[in-house]
Design a protein. Sequence first.
Length: 62
Amino acid sequence: MLPEQHLALHHTRAAELRAEADADRRAAEIRPRKDVRARIGWTLVEVGLRLASAPRTAAVAT
């Protein structure tokens, strides 16, 4: 492969990668944030588990 051909392929691939990165960046701006949703979800699970568990009674000292 000639150096000119290699350089042309490199430029083509670099342009493809930049376009893909730009598309991913734009898609990330549109998507809702998953980390916030996950934190809220796990908080609700924790609250639900606390509500569902039987209340612990203190031992009566005699």
